[in-house]
Ligand binder design. Structure first.
Ligand code: AMP
Ligand code: ZN
Length: 177
């Protein structure tokens, strides 16, 4: 999408205060920060919502969110943070290029509000709870990705003359008495 503002940031056509980059994602400071250190993580590819992000990339994106949130909160001495993600115009998504907000929170914030500030509990939704569960059903477990096996350990070399075993990490002397 040519007129997408985040694609333009990815291509370097408009500036951004970049704090993170790898081959598939970038992170930069939000130009209208709600709190000091408000940052966005976006895929480099133009994908509209998080539903469009590849299944094997979404976990990586969340790892980035975790790392960036940790770094920001430590660097700025924040006491907590909110993670936000709007999907679709109706949900308040202004930029139609998937992104996750990281918003550090401070003791000096005017109010320590979370979701309750933006969304009040809905009486109608409350009445519908059982019916909602029926409609959604229970969702099949997400398969855990098989972890990549550890690389093979370097072979232990034994020096016959010196009578001790060593490898690249550990050196253990062997005394017979
Ligand atoms: P959303 O409402 O979830 O789509 O949020 C879009 C966010 O992008 C808003 O918080 C904007 O302040 C932010 N934003 C828009 N343009 C830029 C830009 N050029 N650089 C950094 N952040 C931006
Ligand atoms: Zn885009």
């Amino acid at each position: 999408m040519n007129d997408c503002i985040f694609c333009k940031i990815v291509k370097g056509e408009i500036p951004a205060l970049k704090i993170y980059e790898d081959s598939d994602f970038i992170g930069f400071l939000d130009v209208n920060p709600r709190f000091i250190g408000h940052a966005l993580i976006i895929p480099k590819k133009h994908l509209e919502t998080i539903l469009d992000i590849d299944n094997n990339q979404i976990g990586h994106m969340f790892e980035i969110v975790q790392k960036v949130a940790k770094t920001i909160t430590e660097a700025l001495d924040a006491k907590g943070f909110n993670i936000g993600n709007n999907n679709g115009q109706i949900a308040g998504q202004a930029v139609p290029h998937a992104h996750v907000h990281i918003m550090p929170r401070y003791e000096t914030d005017e109010h320590h509000a979370g979701f309750e500030a933006a969304f009040k509990p809905s009486e109608d939704a409350k009445k519908e709870l059982e019916n909602t569960l029926k409609k959604i059903g229970t969702i099949d477990p997400v398969e855990t990705k098989t972890p990549t096996p550890d690389p093979p350990k370097p072979e232990t070399k034994k020096d016959e003359n010196l009578d001790f075993a060593f490898d690249d990490n550990i050196v253990m002397s062997k005394f017979d008495g």
